[in-house]
Design a protein around this ligand. Structure first.
Ligand code: NAD
Length: 363
């Protein structure tokens, strides 16, 4: 897993996950989000922090709330659901937060899959929903397999171009794990770039350098400076293959849904216009062709064979997709979530603007 190299260790503080969620929900409700939608959004953000995907955690709130204050994101919008066929539904997020629309989307897909074996939901006119894994987890917790796609604002060139066109749109999917001791669910959640753009913003906020294979600067040269990287383009993983996956996210999430596509999505740090993000969710019942127990036993075999396979030189342990993040979560549920002091200061400044108290720290 790629991480930003640190020139200077940021001053870290720790926060209990319950307090992080209560604080995030309070900022959202004070900004006009309903209690239910604030809870869903805060939960998605804190799950990212728990899993070690801090680039998509509560530190996103200042930019989200700036978009609310700029009038380009409607905090009070309620997603509208339309049943298209017994196994297909469409959601109009009506320019509200992406989290409630995504939660309703996966919940609807799960309910349809529970009856018919499969459920598919297309979401239009939405906004950024953070880390895709929380939506995959929603399906895993309901014993469902899932696909979770979204498009996002232009950051990545179509292979061969130096123009930002496709989003660094994560491709995510999952399946419930086995029943064996220590067996983990399969949770894949990856951006089609060498690194997610949120990690560049995080490095910028923390005053860190980035690996030179993450992005090109505005002149098309490799750079370790996050500010210069944000002026240029992200590099797709695997060259044309990563670029093709980004196009796939736009076909399924943008073209199909009726939302923006082909470079038309507005990013979460842009205060000028609505996001018009599209999402695409599928839930699949894993016991369509055998019992759930048999499916879980087979997942157990896959997990064990994968993590017990012969290690390459220099590797101490082999992980299943999503396992590193699950181990982070287990640790952080006990010890609290580490945040950079500067990020906490920015969140407290938001709370002050809204007349709320500071986020409580673990002493
Ligand atoms: N909503 C949006 O528009 C948006 C856009 C970009 C990224 N994101 C989010 O950013 C996050 C970060 O994406 P990323 O691509 O940088 O993730 P990443 O590179 O950290 O991880 C990608 C996948 O690889 C697996 N993995 C990583 N290291 C591994 C190892 N050593 N062994 C086995 N598996 C390993 C992870 O479990 C994960 O499933 C994601 O959660 C994504 O949803 C969201």
């Amino acid at each position: 897993m790629a991480t930003a190299s640190t020139t200077e260790t940021p001053n870290l503080v720790r926060v209990n996950h319950h307090n992080a969620k209560t604080f995030a929900a309070a900022l959202l409700t004070a900004s006009g989000v309903s209690a239910k939608n604030a809870e869903i959004t805060a939960s998605g953000l804190v799950q990212a922090d728990l899993r070690g995907v801090e680039s998509h955690g509560i530190l996103r709130l200042p930019s989200y709330l700036s978009r609310v204050r700029s009038g380009v994101l409607d905090p009070a919008a309620e997603p509208e659901l339309k049943q298209i066929t017994p196994v297909v539904a469409q959601i109009d997020a009506r320019n509200g937060f992406g989290f409630p629309a995504a939660h309703l989307g996966m919940d609807t897909a799960i309910k349809m899959a529970g009856v018919y074996g499969i459920g598919m939901v297309s979401v239009k006119h939405s906004n950024h929903f953070g880390m895709s894994a929380w939506i995959v987890k929603q399906a895993v917790d309901a014993d469902m397999m899932s696909l979770v796609f979204t498009n996002s604002s232009p950051a990545l060139p179509v292979w061969g171009s130096k123009e930002k066109m496709m989003g660094v749109s994560p491709i995510a999917c999952g399946a419930p794990g086995g029943k064996g001791e220590g067996s983990k669910p399969f949770i894949l959640d990856m951006a089609p770039s060498v690194a997610a753009r949120g990690k560049i913003y995080k490095a910028l906020r923390r005053g860190e350098k980035i690996p030179t294979d993450w992005a090109l600067d505005g002149e098309g040269k490799q750079t370790d400076d996050p500010a210069k990287a944000l002026e240029g383009v992200m590099l797709p993983m695997g060259g044309p293959k990563g670029s093709a996956l980004a196009i796939m996210m736009d076909v399924f999430s943008g073209v199909l849904s009726g939302s923006a596509f082909a470079g038309g999505v507005t990013g979460p740090y842009d205060m000028s216009k609505p996001g018009d993000v599209g999402h695409f969710f599928v839930a699949i019942k894993p016991d369509l062709f055998m019992s759930l127990d048999e499916f879980r036993e087979r997942m157990d075999v896959l997990y064990q064979k994968a993590v017990d396979s012969e290690k390459m030189h220099g590797v101490d342990r082999i992980y299943f997709p999503g396992e590193i993040e699950q181990l982070n979560e287990e640790q952080r549920l006990k010890d609290g979530i580490p945040y950079a002091k500067a990020e906490i200061d920015a969140l407290n400044a938001e709370a002050e603007k809204l007349g709320l108290g500071k986020i409580p720290l673990i002493e």
